[in-house]
Design a protein around this ligand. Structure first.
Ligand code: GLU
Length: 491
């Protein structure tokens, strides 16, 4: 490609980062990086009713967590193209200029219909079995006559919206990077549509064109749900005499279990990057999983770094068929990543243990033997995400079960009571609380009568409240002397 590649991710700050949006961001980023292009973040916040406080921040924070960086954004403006929030662009009159141009050229007009009027027109169309469409109210009027109507409505105190006059007979065609040749007739868009609301805000389909043009966006890679918007956007490009960028609409994401479109209302499927982050999924694994939603490399391998995705990227391998959101696969990919990089799981596990109230911040910091033991005990081969480990190591490492009646009777038998007291004394005087020394103490307590389970069960119960578990001297050494003596003393 010889032209300068400029792509953007344009979130509306309406909530957390959804998997579908994360995919759009990831593919635009990969596309930009693969082609030495520029990756831009633009905030589409013109639908003020839907904006949520902190929405922009949370989106960007989650993108960063996934390992994505950007070249231009509200916080990294390039003066030639900024500002990067539509609300700020609107305040500067950027959209108004083009609204005025379209009004002047007679390609847009002021419309004063009330919502009741629109609803009753729609009802009449439905009754007549017609597809709902907007009915142009100034048909056959000259410019002067139309202006006179405006003045009449204004005198009644009505506020207009601005509608674009759709060229009904036109067919819009584009060659979609993902879907191939596409064709949508202007008739299908439902008639003249609003480009500016009564409050002066531009609508998405209008603002997006002005911004993509002024920001010199070369490729628009976005979700399948925007296909029906594309002809609307193309008619604006044409009306303003601008070059249309190359479009690519990434395939729908479907729920792997039901086969239906993944919907935010699907409560069984976690769909926000944040939710996986909270469970202790690794960012590399999330990126890896999302990078395979609607795109596949050559060959059978499925575990890739972001850098590998960038190198391998080939837009002809973007899939036309729906991408399955398969949580089992995500778990498998995360497990692969955990096993590859236990070092990166350690701080996550520490965080999870602190959150569960089991560790204080800073405890066992940098103690890889401790964390490796936790992984070993939890059996990292079978783990999908870090938070699962917490439950597997909760007992007896951070909390103790109560002894059952039988176990209580066992440790209280005089012979065992004495054994445990001796054990405590000898452990207490160990200068080096190593597994080897602990083993020596246990061996020293062994007699003809007290050996095997008769020896180990009381000692294990006294220190861990369990009769089974991993190698006892190793665990005691790992958890330390304070922990061990405290457990015995609280019997
Ligand atoms: N703000 C739009 C959205 O969040 C962007 C769509 C586009 O990329 O054109 O869906």
């Amino acid at each position: 490609m010889t032209e300068k590649i400029r792509v953007r991710y344009a979130p509306s700050p309406t909530g957390h980062l959804h998997i579908g949006n994360a995919r759009t961001a990831i593919f635009n980023w990969i596309f930009a990086r693969h082609n030495n292009g520029t990756f831009i973040i633009r905030i589409e916040d013109t639908d003020t009713a839907r904006n949520v406080e902190g929405g922009e921040e949370s989106q960007l924070d989650n993108l960063k967590w996934l390992g994505i960086d950007w070249d231009e954004s509200p916080d990294k403006p390039n003066d030639q193209y900024g500002p990067y929030r539509q609300s700020e662009r609107n305040a500067q009159g950027i959209y108004q200029k083009y609204i005025d141009e379209l009004l002047e050229k007679g390609l847009a007009y002021k419309s004063y219909k009330s919502s009741e009027q629109l609803a009753s027109e729609r009802e009449a169309q439905m009754a007549a079995k017609q597809a709902p469409h907007y009915v142009y109210e100034y048909e056959g009027l000259s410019n002067e006559e139309r202006e006179a109507k405006y003045a009449e409505f204004e005198a009644q105190g009505l506020k207009p919206v601005i509608r674009f006059r759709v060229p009904e007979e036109q067919i819009f065609e584009w060659n979609d990077i993902v879907k191939g040749p596409m064709k949508i007739a202007a008739k299908e868009v439902g008639g003249d549509w609003v480009i500016q609301k009564a409050d002066g805000m531009p609508t998405y389909n209008f603002a997006v064109v002005v911004d993509d043009h002024l920001m010199e966006i070369s490729h628009v890679l976005r979700g399948d749900d925007h296909v029906s918007n594309t002809p609307k956007q193309m008619m604006i490009y044409e009306a303003l005499g601008w070059t249309i960028p190359t479009f690519g609409h990434m395939t729908l994401i479907i729920n792997g279990e039901t086969g239906k479109k993944l919907s935010k209302r699907d409560e069984n499927v976690l769909q926000f990057v944040e939710q996986y982050r909270e469970l202790g999924y690794l960012p590399q694994a999330m990126f890896n999983f999302i990078g395979l939603l609607g795109w596949s490399p050559k060959g059978e391998d499925e575990i890739f770094t972001a850098q590998e995705f960038i190198e391998m990227f080939d837009e002809t391998r973007l899939s036309k068929s729906p991408a399955k959101f398969d949580q089992k696969k995500l778990q498998w990919i995360n497990n692969q990543w955990m096993r590859r990089s236990l070092e990166t799981v350690m701080p996550q596990l520490a965080e999870q243990l602190v959150q569960a109230g089991l560790l204080r911040e800073g405890d066992y910091q940098g103690n890889s033997a401790f964390y490796n033991k936790m992984f070993e005990i939890a059996g990292v081969e079978g783990i999908s995400y870090t938070k699962e480990i917490v439950e597997l190591v909760r007992y007896p490492f951070f909390e103790l079960h109560d002894l059952s009646e039988d176990d209580k009777a066992l440790v209280e038998e005089p012979q065992n009571d004495q054994l445990i007291a001796d054990f405590r004394n000898q452990l207490g005087s160990l200068a080096d609380f190593s597994a080897g020394n602990i083993m020596d103490v246990i061996r020293g307590l062994q007699t003809e009568d007290i050996k095997g389970r008769a020896l180990w069960n009381p000692l294990r119960l006294a220190t861990t409240r369990e009769t089974q578990g991993p190698n006892l001297p190793e665990i005691l050494a790992l958890m330390g002397k304070d922990w061990t003596l405290r457990n015995i003393d609280s019997l």
